[in-house]
Structures are given as C-alpha cells and as structure tokens.
Design a protein around this ligand. Structure first.
Ligand code: ADP
Ligand code: MG
Length: 227
C-alpha cells in the first residue's frame, strides 16, 4: 500500500489532442490525490476534458506528460499486460450509457468482468448479493431491454463492483436518466461508496449531482481546482 493509503495520484498530467490548428491542450497540469475510501466529484462544462481525465485516472489512456500512480505504482513503468491486470483488480467503471450486452441476462452481464471464474460459486454469490443490494434481485434473469434506464445503470454498477475493486470511476453515471432515477442512482452510489469502503470519482456536468459526493473539484483551463 502506498503512503497514507493513497490509491490514485496524478502529478502534472498533460494531455492534448490534434486539432485543425495544431495540438489542443485539454489537460494542462492536473494534480490529484485520492486515498482509499474517499469520494470526489469533478464538474465542468461539456468539452472541458472530464472524460479525458477519467480515462487517464482509469489508465485507459496515457498522459503526454506527468505521472499516474495507481496503488503506489507509476503506471508508465508497467507493461500493457501488467497494467491491465492492475486495472482489472483495482478499478471498476460506470459510464453514461450502460454498455450492457443485450443478448445476456442481467446476471450474465454482471459476471462479464469475472468471465474466467463466472461459474465459480463465489463470483455468482457476489453478483447475486450485489443485485439484491441494488434492488435487482428479481431481475437477474431478465435482459437489459426489459429494464428501465435506472435499472440498467444499477446493473452496470453491479458489473463494475463484482470484482471487488477498491476504486470506482463513474463518467456522467446519471447523464442519461430522468431526475428521479438520477437521484436514486446518486443515492445508491453514495451508499455503496460508504458501505463497501470504495474510493469513488464521479464526473458530471451537473453541480447538483456533484454535491452529493465528497471533495468537490472543477476542471478549469485544463487544471483541477477546488470547487
Ligand atoms: P467532457 O467529458 O468534459 O465533455 P472530453 O474529455 O470528452 O470532455 O473532451 C475534451 C476535449 O477533448 C474536447 O474538445 C474533445 O473534442 C477533445 N477530445 C477528446 N477525446 C479526443 C480524441 N480521442 N481525439 C481528439 N479530440 C478529443
Ligand atoms: Mg464526457
């Protein structure tokens, strides 16, 4: 474990994308520290770089400069295989759109991250317990098309947590939901963060959603500032 239980650290992270008039800096020196069990929210208008930041936090993208440390390891020094292993053990992801497989049941979807052990009793028990926890116990054998938008997002949360990650990264998790379903999903994320001792980063353009989660940050001119 890293000093003081630091789970995720970004140091001077920069990321630019090619635009018509040359490279367009999106992240311009981001510093960020998240300890085990802590929650943080990142807000900012559409296009300011929130998803770019979350991809870097999740080691799905690499910075042009700066460091991303996960559980004390500088991820730049890891082979792709070692990085994938660390990511799969440590991080769960939830996105704006559920990305559930339409031909699979809710339970099968929940077991996708543990495919090689999906038949193992402990993996199934964990998935079923989580489905119960999020109010989907009666939906395990349904297909995503039979669920409401809020139920699909809750199934996606179960899939993200089935592997017992210590860090949950959520990119606009309520962005496709109506207000009531968004409220209820935000409540659920807050409860799961507390009960499972999860570290959580929620990225959202909605300040009302952000306020539900721990430390408040905003992306401004490519830098993360306290909101
Ligand atoms: P947000 O999530 O805050 O809406 P994004 O991180 O998706 O913002 O995008 C920030 C900026 O970076 C936008 O201008 C977007 O067009 C640009 N961008 C994001 N990803 C890429 C990419 N893979 N290639 C080129 N430009 C990108
Ligand atoms: Mg985005």
């Amino acid at each position: 474990m890293a000093p003081e239980n630091v789970l995720l650290e970004l140091r001077g992270v920069r990321r630019a994308f090619d635009g018509p008039a040359g490279p367009l800096p999106v992240l311009d020196g981001v510093d960020f520290t998240l300890r085990a069990g802590e929650a943080a929210a990142v807000t900012g208008p559409s296009g300011c770089g929130k998803s770019t930041l979350l991809q870097l936090m999740g080691t799905l993208d690499r910075p042009d400069a700066g460091q991303v440390l996960l559980d004390g390891a500088d991820t730049a020094g890891l082979s792709p295989g070692a990085l994938a292993g660390l990511r799969n053990r440590t991080i769960g992801f939830v996105f704006q759109f559920h990305h559930l497989l339409p031909q699979c049941t809710v339970l099968e979807n929940a077991l996708v991250p543990v495919l090689e052990r999906a038949r193992a009793a402990d993996a199934r028990a964990r998935a079923l317990a989580l489905l119960d926890r999020v109010g989907l116990a009666g939906r395990a054998d349904h297909r995503p098309g039979e669920l409401s938008g809020g139920e699909r997002q809750r199934a996606a949360v179960v899939r993200a947590l089935v592997n017992r990650p210590r860090l949950l990264l959520a990119d606009e998790p309520t962005g496709a939901l109506n207000e009531a379903a968004a409220d209820s999903l935000a409540d659920l994320l807050v409860e799961l963060q507390r009960d499972e001792g999860l570290a959580l980063v929620v990225v959202t353009h909605a300040p009302a959603v952000a306020r539900r989660f721990g430390a408040q940050w905003t992306l401004h001119n490519g830098k993360l500032v306290s909101a």
